[in-house]
Design a protein around this ligand. Sequence first.
Ligand code: PNS
Length: 193
Amino acid sequence: MNEGIAIYPGSFDPPTNGHLDLIQRGSKIFEELVVAILRNSEKSPMFSVAERLEMLRALTADLKNVRIDTFNGLMVEYAKSIDAVCILRGIRAISDYEYELQMALMNRKLEPTLETVFMMPADKYSYVSSRLVREVAQAGGPVKGLVPEVVEQKLREKLDPAYRFHDENIVAAPADERKSDRKTSDKKRKKKA
Ligand code: PNS
């Protein structure tokens, strides 16, 4: 266990199973892990900061050395303000490396005392990203297994109910289809009788 506070910054829009996997791994090797949600992102987010905060708090409630917070402006400034000694970031595939390297070196330039530590999430999550989860969910596809259940539920609530999730539990045929199915089986029953 490493002494001191580590910060795991990100957008978490929404939190995925990959994020959660990394938080769990990080919580085992750092004394305290602060998951920090960026507030002033240029992107227009799907979930508000308050929603992301709530989801992450629920997801990490059983991890006693994990705290969820938000920050504005430079991440290294926020890290210094909470006395963090380390930045935790995840690398899924080689394609993440260039961006992460650039960010780590820029952060080192801004604050040389802060080290960035990279960890790999479980390989089953190596293709999972918040952006793809949003894309799949917005197009009505299943996100089961990619995000925690609480996030899956929030995605359902957020998206237009007209979108259909194809999970085995929720195959909601439109009302018209159901009506015509009923009519056909009624006719069949009458014929048989
Ligand atoms: O989940 P993301 O979008 O990959 O996280 C990126 C994040 C939030 C860690 C990064 O954009 C960030 O730290 N932004 C805060 C502004 C900042 O400090 N920029 C300089 C970092 S090179």
